[in-house]
Design a binder for this molecule. Structure first.
Ligand SMILES: Cc1ncc(C[n+]2csc(CCOP(=O)(O)OP(=O)(O)O)c2C)c(N)n1
Length: 641
């Protein structure tokens, strides 16, 4: 592929004549398209950051300087230029490269990341550490306009502008989050972009001000200054006001322009923000015109790029149910922290624009806004991924649960999530939510059950969480909410009788349990349905029968459903034999969830093997990973048999 073939690391890039960098950028762009067409991935964001990536690697030294990419999803070009080109086709797959920057993967990845809005605080910390040690390296944070909507990013800016360490914040503004970006700051950035005339006027100084605002000629100098500030993007600029030197906006696809400004900023003291304007999906016309679809692409044919249709999934089932519930009750709202598409809310957002709210990448704001609504009698549903609710945990306790407010948490992506990997695994929410008083938690096994649970949660009131996994599900019937299958909150359901062992499975794990127990009359299966409250009556009956109890969950074992059952048994004093299957205390990376379930011992075969080993009296094959200590270790698939 020409020049790119000679680039095996940043040093090779630095040898290329400057005037060829635009051509290198084009090659890099083509390579990203090629990789994503074969492997899928975060295509549009990476395409938008190409020139910036080339300029940063050309000027600076990522092994020594710290490049902190926010979210890390736009880093495909960075990975290719830092010696990982050959491995790129493995990205996001079992044993392959991670989809985000990951420090264990390369010395060029300054931060392990995947959640948004962390770059500024992390870079700030690095700059402080550098200065404390009297060291000398650059710290550059790259943050998108979407990630900048996160409170963490804004609070970090506030500190950066206060302490003023030398560092560069590159604001990569493409007007998009995953969907259209939201918020007042976003409006402000549009305003900055559309006024090159203001910059011209600024250059012409007072004369221009007088020309534009002739009446000002008669005003005092204070008023003139005020008017000038109105016209001057630097002095009337929130970033500037927060103590950063603001430069921009500049064309982020003109590699020479980016080089020029980065080079000059490098000479300045204190924190600087360089605002670059880019186009998400740049270079692939379909992605440029539809960056939402191409934000996270599945494999495609590069000669005829057509997005592959996604099967009907749990998120769609939730979106459909939410529409019906909102239709029935005008107090129902759905709030999303920047995940309209992922949470299945596109149709809902159009049908109920007045009861739909995208708060930006601000999960804390989503939860507390719901609390405010509930305090005034509305019925908010916070539609949120398990992994992102971690960002709103304090708000769940402090703002919702203590007040026993009517807020429903519709938790998507609960369980192992596949390609997004370690940062996105939805395997902690049961542990942290179980600990919250007043909050109750259910997990359906299919779409019918899911909508009934969400409806029951709204009807019953109080803080309620209903969680479901990523992936496809069979659509529920067309019935209206009044005809949905009623569900008695807090009850489990016996699906198959047993004599020697009972598998208590949660959500989609029920299907695994049924498969594991098939043809064996000794093994019973229960769809647990609720983690809090547990169906204590049923549990007691089964425990007293003397049979082995086996819990199965797609969640971390510490603090999960099995822990809840163990605690209940311990508290009642029943001497039952209990086996817990789920994610041991390890970090699970990206990979195919089904395969990972098997490797971690809770796929259908693993369950069967574990149960039979116990009831047939054989010593159970220990799952080695995570069984010895409570220390969190990296999950090494090969260790697990
Ligand atoms: C805390 C958190 N919430 C939500 C997400 C999901 N997410 C990933 S990228 C993204 C949009 C980021 O937009 P921006 O920073 O502007 O980058 P772009 O993709 O436009 O280049 C979102 C919402 C996330 N990674 N982390």
């Amino acid at each position: 592929m020409g020049r790119l073939d000679d680039i095996h690391g940043p040093a090779d890039l630095k040898r290329i004549p400057r005037e060829e960098l635009a051509a290198v950028s084009e090659e890099l762009r083509e390579e990203i398209i090629r990789v994503c067409s074969r492997a899928g991935g975060h295509l549009a964001s990476s395409l938008g950051a190409v020139e910036l990536t080339v300029a940063m690697h050309y000027l600076f030294d990522s092994a020594r300087d710290r490049f902190v990419w926010d979210v890390g999803h736009q880093s495909y070009g960075h990975k290719i230029l830092t010696g990982r080109r050959e491995q790129m086709p493995t990205i996001r797959t079992h044993g392959g490269l991670a989809g985000f920057t990951t420090s264990s993967e390369s010395e060029h990845d300054a931060l392990t990341v995947g959640h948004a809005s962390t770059s500024l605080a992390a870079a700030f910390g690095m700059a402080l550490a550098r200065d404390a040690r009297g060291e000398d390296y650059r710290v550059l944070a790259v943050i998108g306009d979407g990630a900048l909507t996160g409170g963490m990013a804004l609070a970090a800016l506030n500190q950066i502008g206060h302490v003023k360490p030398k560092m560069t914040v590159i604001l990569n503004d493409n007007e998009m989050s995953i969907s259209e970006n939201v918020g007042a700051l976003n409006h402000y950035m549009r305003h900055l972009q559309v006024k090159p005339w203001v910059q011209r006027a600024e250059a012409d100084g007072k004369r221009a001000v007088a020309d534009l605002f002739e009446p000002l000629a008669n005003l005092g100098s204070r008023a003139k200054d005020a008017a000038r500030r109105l016209l001057d993007p630097a002095s009337n600029n929130p970033f500037h006001a927060m103590g950063l030197r603001y430069v921009g906006p500049i064309d982020g696809h003109d590699v020479n322009e980016v080089l020029y400004f980065l080079e000059h900023i490098d000479e300045l003291e204190g924190p600087t923000m360089l605002h670059i304007v880019t186009r998400k999906g740049k270079g692939l016309p379909v992605a440029e015109s539809d960056p939402i679809t191409w934000h996270g692409a599945s494999k495609f044919d590069p000669t005829n790029p057509v997005p592959s249709g996604k099967p009907y999934g749990w998120s769609n089932a939730f979106g459909d149910a939410a529409m019906q519930l909102a239709e029935q009750d005008d107090r129902v709202w759905v709030i999303t922290p920047a995940m309209r598409e992922g949470s299945g809310l596109v149709a809902y957002s159009k049908a109920f624009p007045d009861r739909y709210l995208d708060v930006g990448i601000a999960e804390d704001v989503a939860v507390t806004t719901a609390a405010g609504m509930a305090l005034r009698g509305e019925k908010p549903i916070v539609a949120i991924y398990s992994t992102f609710l971690q960002r709103g945990f304090d708000q769940v306790i402090h703002d919702v649960a203590l007040e026993e407010l009517d807020v429903v948490f519709a938790i998507d992506r609960a369980g192992l999530v596949g390609g997004d990997g370690a940062t996105h695994q939805g395997v902690y929410d049961l542990a942290y939510l179980r600990a919250v008083p007043n909050l109750e938690i259910g997990m359906p096994r299919d779409a019918e059950q899911m909508r009934s649970m969400v409806k029951a949660a709204l009807d019953l009131g109080g803080p309620k969480a209903v969680r479901w996994p990523r992936g496809s599900v069979e659509a529920a019937s067309d019935a209206g909410p009044d005809d949905w299958m009623p569900i008695e909150w807090g009850t489990a359901e016996v699906l198959k009788e047993g004599t020697e062992a009972w598998i208590l499975a949660l959500g989609p794990m029920v299907d695994y349990a049924l498969e594991a127990a098939a043809d064996d009359a000794r093994i019973g299966v229960v769809d647990a349905r609720f983690v809090k409250p547990l169906d204590e009556e049923l549990l007691l009956r089964l425990a007293k029968s003397g049979a082995l109890l086996v819990t199965v969950e797609d969640h971390n074992l510490p603090g999960g459903f099995g822990s809840a059952v163990a605690e209940f048994l311990a508290d009642t004093g029943v001497n039952a034999s209990l086996l817990r299957l789920g994610v041991p205390d390890v970090v699970v990376p990206h990979g195919d969830p089904k395969r990972q379930h098997e490797e971690l011992g809770y796929g259908p075969e693993g369950i069967r093997h574990a149960v039979l080993s116990r009831i047939d009296g054989e010593a159970r094959m220990p799952i080695e990973v995570g069984s010895e200590t409570s220390e969190s270790k990296a999950f090494e698939p090969d260790v697990v048999k």
